[in-house]
Write a protein that binds this ligand. Structure first.
Ligand code: AMP
Ligand code: ZN
Length: 460
């Protein structure tokens, strides 16, 4: 069985050949920790968790290394810290913001059934590696110092007569067009409008570190160089897969490639570039101003994490997702059913009908369709397939119990009402039996009559 992945750089699905099958390496850009993560942020986390699980299935758990960083130095973090903790020194306030947000992020993504990555590096713990990359870029003539900033020059990169990739190759943008289209109000310290920041001076009170390249004032890194440094430290100069949301292709990933390839004289940074499509809510772009901005935390108050996970995976990762209440309700029903039939059976090997679409560029909608097909047949294979995809973390009783807890309804009271209804029906008092049925429905209880009696369940 052959894994095929769509690569943003070559714009085609290619057979995945790891650099070293005993050490398959993947880097995914993680969150900037300043606020609750929204449901759009959950998409790359879930998508690349599925890929991580699939790679572990194909190459063995010990042979896959997944790195997802935490960006804990950023203007947005500084602003939030000053707003939320005005009485504290800025550095202490920043620590509080990043700690709280980081813990919340972990709680959220654990609940979504995502495995923790092998390493979760923090930007602030890799300043040394960032300085080293910046020094190399300055020495190589790809970057320069101006007014206590260090800037990367894409034009110097593309002028170099070497095997380096072209700047713009990943995002399919031409540097000439970027130059022509550049804004006029370019920062005065930039030689060219397309130059981007590797290092900048810190304002008083902001986090700061000794600067590279002979700059006396202390400063802090630009965002793009953080990922080049953390990927280098944990995965090496050249690794297998780099992932993130489609919005990161330009400039973030284009700049990561430029920094890493120029610092280490490499033709490539990652062999496969993978990007998830965007998520919108009820057919609208999610934004704070439209009032449809939903955090993972808020959704988890109403839905089990696995329902959110299934809802995300019903759409192929490269397509846009429309996140709707209707679809969530359907996902909840599907999972209720799968828990009933498969949670307590011994899991078999995942079915070939499920693994085959997965290895074809993570076709999760087809894999889910195949699982519907297994439901009436090989439930052992269904259980194994669901576990491969990160479902069935609870027993059927735990799942049902949680629903009852969430509904706040006492099962004994339900049984009592059903007995009253049965009695009403046997004396042909249909008005009363309908009244009780409606009452139960209002409590969120659905009943089903059959020749063997009446069964019931919580409908969400
Ligand atoms: P950010 O915190 O904005 O840097 O985003 C963290 C991750 O979430 C990145 O991989 C983004 O590409 C991704 N992301 C942000 N918003 C969305 C969205 N609406 N849909 C899908 N992915 C998103
Ligand atoms: Zn990144």
């Amino acid at each position: 069985m052959e894994l095929r992945l769509y690569d943003t750089l070559s714009r085609e699905k290619r057979t995945f050949v790891p650099l070293d099958p005993k050490n398959v390496r993947m880097y995914v850009c993680g969150p900037t920790v300043y606020d609750f993560a929204h449901i759009g942020n959950a998409r790359p986390v879930i998508v690349f968790d599925v890929l991580f699980r699939l790679l572990r299935h194909l190459y063995g758990e010990a042979h896959v290394k997944y790195v997802r960083n935490i960006t804990d130095v950023d203007d947005k973090i500084n602003d939030r810290a000053a707003r939320d903790f005005p009485g504290l020194p800025l550095n202490e306030a920043i620590r509080k913001v990043t700690e709280q947000t980081g813990e919340q992020f972990h709680a959220d993504v654990d609940a979504l059934g995502c495995l923790r990555p092998s390493v979760e590096p923090r930007a602030t713990e890799h300043i040394g590696e960032m300085r080293e990359i910046i020094e190399r870029l300055v020495k190589g003539g790809f970057a320069y110092v101006a007014e206590d900033h260090v800037l990367f020059s894409p034009q110097a990169m593309n002028a170099a007569n070497s095997t380096l990739p072209r700047y713009g190759a990943l995002s399919k943008r031409s540097l000439d067009e970027m130059i022509a289209g550049a804004r006029v109000d370019v920062a005065p310290y930039k030689r060219d409008a397309t130059d981007f920041v590797l290092w900048k001076p810190s304002k008083p009170g902001e986090p700061s570190w000794p600067s590279p390249a002979g700059i006396k004032a202390e400063g802090r890194p630009g965002w793009h160089v953080e990922c080049s440094a953390m990927a280098w430290k944990h995965l090496g100069e050249h690794f297998d897969i780099h992932g993130g949301g489609i919005d990161l292709v330009f400039p973030h990933h284009e700049n990561e490639v430029a920094q890493t390839c120029c610092a280490f004289h490499r033709e490539r940074m990652a062999n496969y570039w993978m990007h998830n499509g965007f998520l919108q809510v009820e057919s609208e772009k999610m934004s704070k101003s439209l009032g449809n901005f939903i955090t993972i935390h808020e959704l988890l108050a109403d839905w089990p994490g696995e329902v959110l996970r299934l809802n995300m995976l019903k759409t192929h990762y490269r397509s846009p997702i429309d996140w709707t209440m209707k679809s969530l309700e359907e996902s909840a029903k599907t999972l209720d059913d799968w828990y009933r039939v498969a949670a307590d059976v011994a899991p078999g090997e995942p079915a070939a009908s499920v693994v085959e679409p997965l290895i074809d560029d993570l076709n999760t909608p087809l894999a889910i369709a195949a699982m519907h097909g297994l439901r009436g047949g090989d439930v052992g294979a269904l259980a194994g397939s669901l576990r491969l995809l990160g479902f069935l973390s609870e027993s059927a009783a735990q799942w049902e119990g949680r629903k009852q807890q969430a509904s706040g309804v006492d099962p004994k009271e339900v049984e009592g009402l059903i007995a009253e209804r049965t009695a009403a029906r046997s004396r042909k008092d249909f008005k009363e039996s309908d009244r009780i049925r409606d009452l139960l429905a209002a409590m969120g209880v659905a009943i089903k009559d059959s020749k063997d009696g009446t069964t019931w369940e919580f409908s969400r």
